[in-house]
Design a protein around this ligand. Structure first.
Ligand SMILES: N[C@@H](CCSC[C@H]1O[C@@H](n2cnc3c(=O)[nH]cnc32)[C@H](O)[C@@H]1O)C(=O)O
Ligand SMILES: [Zn+2]
Length: 428
């Protein structure tokens, strides 16, 4: 057994208190052995002047979309997808997806994220990138059936099921999967049913965008006389292990359905603001007992993968949405981006305690914008930036030490992504 001691810092405990403590990690098992006054450890990671927190969990995104960062901005979702994003994505090669995902992973590691959920295509490439980078992820092939004939539509569902089967449990258990129909309006009713049935057979969750924009709610209400979550419920989509992205236009009845079924919600406040999708009723969801996590969404609608931005945005927009400055407080957003996200996507994470996965981020508090540190949890929500992260550890392995990414060559990843992004936009 090789052990790693993260020593000399303070630690954020599951009850949201902060204590002076060391963290001892069993590197082979990828687990926290002890928190407190610990043994020496074979290896040492300095946490002097720093705060050790659970690695953040980015519960919704499309990592390879980093290649389209800043390519098309300032448009609503429908026009943005149809006029800009989908035509560019049609030109993506497997090598592009690999390059974009690696860039996204470097960005996430550098901002303290240790696990993420990802909906995209060429998932073999996404899986290979996650495996070699040492991160934890729940991956899926996004199903879109609009504009496809029946055979092509069914083939897309089959592809999502095959991917879910193939990669679940891979990368020494760091990879898990889900079946990922894109949304209730971009996937036909028949294919949504196929996906629900298939996911049950494979034994993995479903992840989908729901209630993101009004343009999604209106056609469903017009055609079926029921709201999106009621339609999803009829399809058998609302289950405890499943999770949806956004949930912006969720009414009281919808919140009740989420609370009753245990369906997780991934709040993506930056994406919702940028596309003017609306303000998710996050405090109302939390009050009702809904499981809420946090995500960045793709880099093209954010425009970065620094989840600390989402903590701040969630607290800010949550207050506006509830018209109450005490809504979505600091402690709550920290909880949502760690344990909340982990629970929503169904991985073990988000807590520092003996026996837990050793997925950690060490944040340097010796910074002007983090001085004084009256309340470290307040700083995590309102003042810390991804660039304050010193070390990132996943499954007991140090992925970044003193801001140097160890599992990927950052310079090479950036150069490859830059080159591929320019060529991609040239083709589109
Ligand atoms: N099989 C599909 C791929 C779907 S992946 C998931 C899709 O979600 C898109 N996407 C990114 N952000 C959002 C969002 O906020 N709402 C809805 N879709 C998004 C993304 O561009 C990607 O096309 C195909 O061949 O087109
Ligand atoms: Zn999305």
């Amino acid at each position: 057994m090789t052990t790693l001691r993260i020593a000399g810092g303070r630690v954020l405990l599951p009850d949201m208190t902060v204590e002076r403590a060391d963290v001892l990690v069993d590197q082979a098992a990828g687990e926290v052995l002890a928190v407190g006054g610990t043994d020496q450890g074979d290896e040492h990671l300095d946490a002097e002047g720093s705060l050790v927190i659970p690695g953040l969990v980015n519960a919704h995104g499309h990592a390879a979309m980093t290649l389209l960062r800043g390519y098309a901005d300032d448009k609503p979702l429908g026009a943005w997808l149809q006029e800009d994003i989908w035509p560019a994505e049609a030109e993506l090669t497997p090598e592009d997806v690999r390059a974009g995902t690696e860039l996204g992973i470097v960005e996430m590691i550098k901002s303290g994220t240790t696990a993420f959920a990802d909906m995209y295509f060429e998932v073999e490439e996404v899986a290979a990138a996650v495996d070699s980078a040492g991160m934890r992820a729940r991956l899926g092939h996004g199903i879109v059936t609009v504009g496809k004939d029946e055979a092509a539509a069914r083939a897309d569902v089959e592809e999502s099921l095959a991917i879910a089967r193939e990669f679940d449990g891979e990368a020494e258990g760091r990879l898990s999967t889900a079946v990922m129909p894109h949304s209730l309006t971009t996937v036909s009713e028949e294919c949504l049913s196929m996906a629900v049935e298939g996911a049950r057979e494979v034994g993995v969750p479903i992840h989908i965008h729901i209630n993101e924009t009004r343009d999604e709610v209106e056609p469903i209400v017009g055609e079926r006389g029921i709201r999106p979550l009621e339609y999803a419920d009829e399809l058998g989509l609302l289950e405890e292990e499943n999770f949806l992205a956004h949930g912006v236009h969720t009414d009281e009845r919808g919140i009740e359905l989420l609370a009753k079924t245990g369906m997780g919600v991934v709040h993506c406040p930056a994406s919702n603001m940028k596309l003017a999708s609306g303000m998710a009723p996050v405090q109302a969801m939390l009050d009702a007992g809904v499981s809420v996590g946090m995500g960045t969404d793709g880099a093209a609608s954010n425009n970065d993968l620094d989840l600390f931005g989402e903590l701040r945005d969630a607290a800010m927009i949550g207050k506006l949405a509830a018209d109450d400055a005490s809504a979505v407080p600091a402690e709550q957003v920290v909880e949502m981006a760690t344990a909340g996200s982990a629970e929503a996507i169904g991985i073990d994470g988000g807590r520092i305690e003996a026996g837990a996965n050793a997925d950690l981020a060490v944040i340097d508090f010796d910074k002007p914008h983090l001085t004084p540190a009256h309340d470290p949890v307040s700083h995590l929500a309102y003042a810390v930036r991804g660039s304050d992260v010193r070390h990132t550890i996943c499954d007991g392995e140090v992925l970044m030490r003193d801001r140097e990414v160890l599992t990927l060559d950052e310079k090479e990843v950036r150069e490859t992504a830059e080159k591929r992004a320019v060529e991609l936009v040239g083709r589109a």
